[in-house]
Design a protein around this ligand. Structure first.
Ligand code: DLL
Length: 436
């Protein structure tokens, strides 16, 4: 297997040198943070008043966590650490309700972010000569411009298709011989199921790889997309508060995502006690930016749940890998007292070849009990059409979900394309229970 690097020196750096570099950058980050009204006050409360108060990476434990609410409260300029004249771009989070979070970038910040994306793309084995179709939304969402800049820097031909308009996406793919796409998993799964509808035969496409992220998806969904499109899917993780994409990405071994530790200092904490783990336990990811100048963030609580793989990756990169994100701690559903992640239900659905591409989880109150309804499309190609096979599928899904989440769901099978299709982040859960 050919292993490619964008910046080999940094990607295979020995762990001691990496820690030295992290400390140097962490100190600079604290220095930048102290220039913001928000952190000046926050850090004074724990007696951190200058860079001299930070002597080791362990000093991070003295710093209070930063939350999404802190960022919202500081909106719009409370976390800006440079003069406005030095800022060249801003992005905001994709949430549709409430005050968004805003991240500012200097030219240097954009250069560093772009470099990280080029690093990710290179790690997947993409080369100059590849044709890259960026099917995520351009605009405030970071997936569009973030990947666009990185792919151009890497030297691939970029098609800035943005999201939506499946007919046009497929035409672009066919006409320009697209070899790599970037999308949300939900949207690519939809496209994959639509080739026939738009009269496209697989051999007419040159597609070989896809980068998928921005929302949780299971290993089963990855496999389904890989099988349907005969491509390789790479998991891509990021969040707008840490630039956007380019935080962690899979190499060709696809055994977890390398977290770029020269740019992000990672901690994994118990979301309840907030204690940082020093082993590989599953917990909430917390990040401190290490190179950002306009909006440095210290110990940002992501709410994303994952675990670290500390073993060495055969690709030679020394940056630790993180497991597929299980979900967000705030996405966890409590159904009749049982903790359930939507990803557990998705895993069961996508394991069944007779299941189609879209699904919805609805939760209602029935008396004192919670009732879960899982609505899922069927796969028209594999479905034979007789009622008894529909019944068999329904029972099988019901049993598999019950065995996984210990809650007995109602199953509704729907015709292909009858449930809402999402071009960006999918909304899969509708919780109709009264808010307490
Ligand atoms: O979704 C940035 C991004 C764009 C990442 C394109 C990857 C590709 P936000 O809109 O701020 O930023 O949403 C960030 O999305 O905290 C996770 O909960 C979730 N997320 C992102 N990537 C993955 C992934 C972008 N690969 C939030 N698997 C994060 C699971 C993911 N969840």
């Amino acid at each position: 297997m050919e292993i490619k690097f964008w910046n080999k020196q940094i990607e295979v750096i020995d762990r001691d040198s990496l820690r030295k570099l992290q400390l140097e950058r962490f100190r600079k980050t604290v220095e930048m943070a102290l220039k913001t009204t928000f952190y000046k006050k926050r850090l004074a409360e724990v007696q951190i008043k200058s860079i001299d108060d930070i002597r080791s990476l362990d000093d991070i434990k003295r710093i209070p966590f930063t939350t999404k609410n802190d960022l919202r409260d500081a909106y719009p300029y409370g976390l800006l650490s440079v003069n406005k004249e030095n800022v060249v771009r801003l992005h905001t989070s994709s949430g549709t309700t409430g005050t968004p979070t805003v991240i500012y970038h200097t030219e240097e910040d954009i250069r560093n972010w772009t470099d990280l994306i080029a690093r990710c793309i290179c790690a997947s084995g993409v080369n100059r000569g590849d044709v890259f179709q960026n099917m995520t939304t351009y605009g405030l969402f970071t997936g569009g411009l973030g990947f666009h800049y990185g792919a151009e820097k890497m030297g691939v031909l970029v098609i800035p298709a943005s999201s939506g308009n499946t007919r046009r996406q497929l035409k672009l793919m066919k006409d320009f011989g697209t070899t790599v796409v970037h999308a949300t998993p939900g949207y690519l799964l939809h496209i994959a199921s639509q080739l026939g509808t738009y009269g496209i035969k697989r051999p007419e496409l040159k597609l070989r790889k896809a980068f998928l992220g921005a929302e949780p998806y299971s290993e089963e969904t990855r496999r389904k997309i890989e099988d349907l499109l005969e491509i390789e899917v790479y998991n891509s993780y990021g969040l707008s508060e840490m630039n956007g994409p380019g935080v962690a990405f899979e190499c060709v071994y696809k055994n977890g995502m390398h977290l770029w530790e020269d740019s992000f200092l990672m901690e994994v904490i118990d979301p309840v006690t907030k204690e940082a783990y020093d082993d590989d336990s599953e917990g909430e990811l917390v990040f401190t930016t290490l190179t950002r100048t306009a909006t440095p963030l210290l110990r940002y609580r992501t709410r994303d749940l994952s675990r670290v793989y500390s073993d060495i990756c055969p690709c030679g990169r020394t940056h630790k890998r993180i497991a597929r994100i299980k979900g967000r701690s705030d996405d966890m559903l409590i159904i009749n007292g049982v903790n359930v992640f939507p990803s557990q239900i998705e895993e069961v659905l996508m394991k069944n070849p007779q299941v189609g591409t879209n699904y919805l989880i609805e939760i209602d109150k029935e008396g004192v009990l919670d009732r879960v309804t899982v609505k899922t499309e069927i796969n028209s190609k594999l479905f034979t059409g007789d009622i008894s096979s529909l019944n068999r599928l329904e029972i099988a899904i019901k049993e598999q979900i019950r065995d996984t989440i210990l809650v007995n769901p109602l199953i509704e099978l729907h015709e292909p394309l009858s449930l809402p299709v999402s071009e960006g982040k999918a909304k899969r859960v509708i919780d109709n229970r009264p808010q307490i």
